[in-house]
Design a binder for this molecule. Structure first.
Ligand code: WTA
Length: 655
């Protein structure tokens, strides 16, 4: 976070209590209600979550035990049998919701589709039967690499239905990144589309899949199911590739949901960490379902009349929990939009809000800052009066952006819920409840009921109010990740040992710094590890460095984030070249393109600085703190006595 943002957050005093008429109709109506829930959950966590599991989910068989906690291994609702696809679809079909819109889809070039619960159920059952025909069984992994079309959600739900584990790979990732993820999880089937539309361009996803699978580089993949989205000649490999519209012919739309054990894996989602390759975050069936369900219901005060729109991509956890599983489990109407705001169409989001009468709108600070820049005239020219709640996620929101969102988009009528959470947490951890929590611009406010969050030092001691420390969670919750796929030790090391366990108490820590104010409100300060957040996308600096050094010209690379007005952070790469290579515009372009091919366009460095040396400690460790200051154009402050060669600083500064 920039100095300026920290400064403005430190002096933020404004408070916005929920309006009385809003609170009166909300699921959680007051701070007294909120506190009662928190107290109940703290005294009797198993009673609290057990009751919710009973009332909010349907079960084929009730659990025997709410929680078995052998730190850091949590098992929730053991002995129980349920199915997430059943909870998202079948149980609504016996109610009036059968003919309610489940999914409203707005495609980028203007086409649209609405699927009722009954229709979505049919599509999911058919795809589930097709997947089974490919020999995919319970526990097998299916890679999903899709644009934002209904079949992305249908594929996820179809996997869940038969107990296949999905691993969705964001459609903006490159063939290389896709191949790594398919191999890491040994995916048997890939579900993709011939292409999609992104920012006025056609993206040819199937070409990327072909590249990823070329030369048998992902040998576990036996079949590829391809949804037709763009009209283009697409290469289809005989025996391996199958058009969805062809293979579904004559396939039954009847497919009972497989009873799954509570702790069976629902999905893997790869995310960046501070070291090594991306981690496969594992979420399981019942706990994740319950947590996505309850957080959607309470944080968005979800009602049957709502039109809920989360603008994320299904390739990220936000899309998993708040486009697909949370809203559908609640029987809500969820909106899926293929487009993104861009200079050629800066008002496209507001068109969608107006057209469908969106009542709950959930987006990222980076989008909000881009809207501010595009000007008030775009939202002002649309009717946004249907909105009643606004949400934000992905990075700290600066008070200025919060206020603009509240005033210009929400007409000072809609509570703003700033939701702090992570891929690992499955759902919201720190967030206002819109009918209860007085909000403060820039603060994610208070923990969700049942979540015990705190700010500690490295030894597990509490930090006094208004001082920065590590943001931790002290008690397991149903939506927590269970392990890193195939690497339990990495799970233990990365999340549970950073802050030393104390007297049998374990602390979950996943990389953020925060402070608590005198009211106990949390102010997230951003990542304290080597993860950077570019436009709300989480990227490991190490991943980008590895991509750079895989280019023959690069001897060594160090990547840092630099504060950016719109994106939050932008990527700056310090690059040392091999002899025989010359720094210049051509190489600058070539290296940026190389990163795009290795990872994807989201990782393209904004700036490459060539240098003949990097600041290192005597033991050879790159001093990123110094590079961050250099990238931001700040004075180098703090201790530089461990620096091996001080003259490096002058050289780097001259550039
Ligand atoms: C950041 C996205 C401040 C944080 C759901 C976290 C936030 C990382 C907020 C997780 C917020 C997310 N305020 N920072 N409201 N929400 N973050 O796994 O640094 O893609 O650790 O999950 O995003 O990113 P991830």
């Amino acid at each position: 976070m920039s100095e300026q943002t920290i400064e403005s957050i430190l002096h933020e005093q404004r408070t916005f209590p929920p309006a009385a008429n809003f609170a009166a109709n909300a699921h959680i109506k007051s701070m007294a209600d909120y506190k009662a829930l928190c107290d109940r959950a703290a005294k009797d966590p198993e009673g609290f979550w057990g009751e919710l599991a009973e009332t909010e989910l349907d079960w084929f068989q009730k659990w025997e035990n709410v929680l078995d906690w052998q730190p850091p291994v949590a098992k929730w609702f053991e002995g129980g049998k349920t199915n997430v696809s059943y909870n998202c679809l079948d149980r609504h079909l016996t109610t009036w919701r059968k003919n309610k819109a489940a999914l409203i889809w707005e495609g980028e070039p203007g086409d649209s589709r609405t699927l009722t619960y009954a229709q979505l159920h049919r599509e999911v059952c058919q795809m589930a039967n097709v997947i089974k025909q490919f020999g995919v069984k319970k526990g097998d992994v299916v890679g999903i690499y899709m644009p934002m079309i209904p079949e992305a959600a249908i594929a996820m739900l179809a996997c869940a239905r038969i107990g296949a584990v999905h691993s969705v790979v964001f459609g903006g990732f490159s063939a290389e990144a896709l191949r790594d993820r398919l191999n890491a999880a040994e995916a048997k089937l890939v579900i993709t589309a011939d292409g999609g539309f992104r920012k006025d361009k056609v993206i040819t996803l199937k070409d990327q899949v072909d590249k990823a699978l070329a030369d048998d580089a992902a040998p576990s993949v036996e079949n590829v199911l391809v949804v037709r989205r763009i009209e283009k000649d697409t290469h289809m490999e005989e025996g391996r590739d199958h058009w969805w519209h062809e293979v579904r012919q004559g396939i039954s739309a009847h497919c009972p949901a497989e009873p799954m054990d509570s702790e069976d894996i629902l999905f893997i989602l790869y995310t960046s960490g501070s070291t090594g390759k991306p981690k496969g975050v594992v979420h399981t069936t019942a706990g994740y379902n319950l947590y996505a369900h309850v957080t959607t219901k309470w944080t968005f005060d979800l009602k049957d009349t709502d039109i809920f729109w989360c603008t994320a991509d299904v390739g990220w956890i936000t899309g998993h929990s708040y486009i697909v599983y949370g809203p559908l489990s609640n029987g809500a109407t969820t909106v899926m939009y293929e487009g993104v705001p861009r200079p050629s169409n800066p008002g496209c989001f507001w068109d969608v809000v107006e057209q469908y009468g969106v009542t709950i709108f959930y987006t990222a600070p980076t989008a909000i800052r881009a809207f501010i820049k595009a000007g008030d005239k775009h939202p002002n020219a649309r009717d946004l009066s249907s909105l009643r709640i606004l949400g934000t996620v992905g990075e700290p929101i600066n008070p200025k952006a919060w206020m603009w969102y509240y005033q210009v988009i929400g007409g000072e009528r809609c509570p703003v819920v700033d939701t702090w959470w992570q891929t690992e947490t499955g759902g919201f951890m720190i967030t206002p409840l819109p009918g209860a929590t007085p909000t403060k611009p820039g603060s994610a406010t208070l923990p969700f009921p049942g979540i015990q969050a705190d700010v500690l030092d490295l030894d597990g001691n509490e930090i006094p109010a208004n001082q920065g420390g590590y943001l931790v969670v002290k008690h397991p919750w149903p939506g927590m990740m269970r392990t890193v796929y195939g690497d339990f030790n990495r799970f233990r090391r990365s999340y549970w040992e950073h802050i030393a366990p104390k007297d049998g108490q374990y602390f979950y820590f996943a990389g953020d710094g925060a402070r608590k104010d005198e009211d106990g409100y949390f102010w997230i300060m951003g990542r304290v590890d080597d993860v950077i957040n570019v436009s709300g996308h989480r990227l490991g600096t190490m991943e980008i460095e590895s991509a750079l050094v895989s280019h023959p010209a690069v001897a060594e690379a160090a990547v840092v984030g630099k504060p950016d007005e719109i994106k939050g952070e932008s990527i700056v790469a310090f690059v040392m070249l091999e002899e025989d290579y010359e720094a210049g515009d051509d190489l600058d372009k070539a290296l940026k393109q190389h990163v795009v091919e290795e990872i994807g366009a989201i990782a393209r460095p904004g700036e490459i600085r060539f240098s003949d040396d990097l600041p290192k400690t005597r033991s050879g460790k790159i001093m990123r703190r110094i590079l961050r200051s250099l990238a931001a154009g700040e004075e180098i402050s703090g201790d530089t006595s461990t620096l091996q060669d001080r003259s490096v600083l002058d050289k780097l500064r001259e550039r």
